[in-house]
Design a protein around this ligand. Sequence first.
Ligand code: FAD
Length: 306
Amino acid sequence: MAINTHPTLPEFDYIRPETLIEASDFLMRHAGDARPFLGGTDVFVRMRDGLLTSKFLVDVKSLPGMNDLTYNPQEGLIIGGAINMNRVIASPEVQEHYPLLADACRSVASYQLRSRATIVGNICNASPAGDTIGASLAFEGSLHIHGSDGMRWEPLADFFLGPGKTRLKAGDIVIGLHLPPPPAGSKGVYLKLGRNKLSDLSIVAVTALGYPEPAARSGYRFRLILASVAPVPFVAKDAEAILANTPITSDSIHEAACLAAEACTPIDDVRGSLRYRKQMVKNLSTKALFQVWENLKMLSMLDQRL
Ligand SMILES: Cc1cc2nc3c(=O)[nH]c(=O)nc-3n(C[C@H](O)[C@H](O)[C@H](O)COP(=O)(O)OP(=O)(O)OC[C@H]3O[C@@H](n4cnc5c(N)ncnc54)[C@H](O)[C@@H]3O)c2cc1C
């Protein structure tokens, strides 16, 4: 393949609709030729590199709901599509109730990039390495979407179909991400392994969230989500089941980490071999689960003292 040493952005028409209906209608009428964008950090780079062609780029940042960032204890958190990652990180409500999401955002590239990049864009881009997808799945998020048939909610658990592929249809615009209130006493960890410590996509990434759950045999439930080791970020269900059904010990944590490594289907590529990625899933899952477990134990000791 010839390398283009002077890549440039091809021509396109910039469209800025005033209403959601107008935006969805435009995207429907020009299906295949038009796409919505938010921060543009994926769209413009992919267009410049010739990986994407669009006659029309539809700026959806000013549409109703796109700039909402609200939290209440009954409903949880709403992050409008246009809220960039730095604003998510700076939100006192996110820091207090969803620190795992703030950590995931912090791991994305650089401050400069995060002042454009959005969580909704990260989710809609559907990269197996998307850094904010694990936390959004761990908190059982769903997307608020406006399409040609009106509004609907789409749970994130069923949203991803493959690299770059989602349940979004022509005319669909994601208005925001909703995260329900976090489970009481939850603790989370995001571990990302890249080729360097800053500004790289992950070779393997592990999101772990744990919380007390009296109905579980172990007394706890864990969520474990793996990224960059399958066509889509996915929940390691067998690992979660072990931790819900057997007492939490170093043996059960090691067993869960082994099950997580067995469940993944990574590819060999320039960033890591299949064998290396599987081994790293085991190592990072063990580390993340131990860290979460230590934090949960500490919290329970503090509760007993009060
Ligand atoms: C230098 C660099 C470093 C990066 N590092 C990282 C990293 O460390 N981790 C990481 O996860 N990502 C990284 N990325 C990728 C990118 O920054 C993120 O995926 C970002 O979150 C995308 O958000 P955005 O708002 O810019 O999305 P956009 O580029 O605007 O859109 C992304 C995709 O979502 C679609 N879309 C956008 N808005 C909507 C909507 N409202 N409804 C429906 N579809 C929509 C677009 O059509 C497009 O397909 C990096 C990118 C660059 C250029």
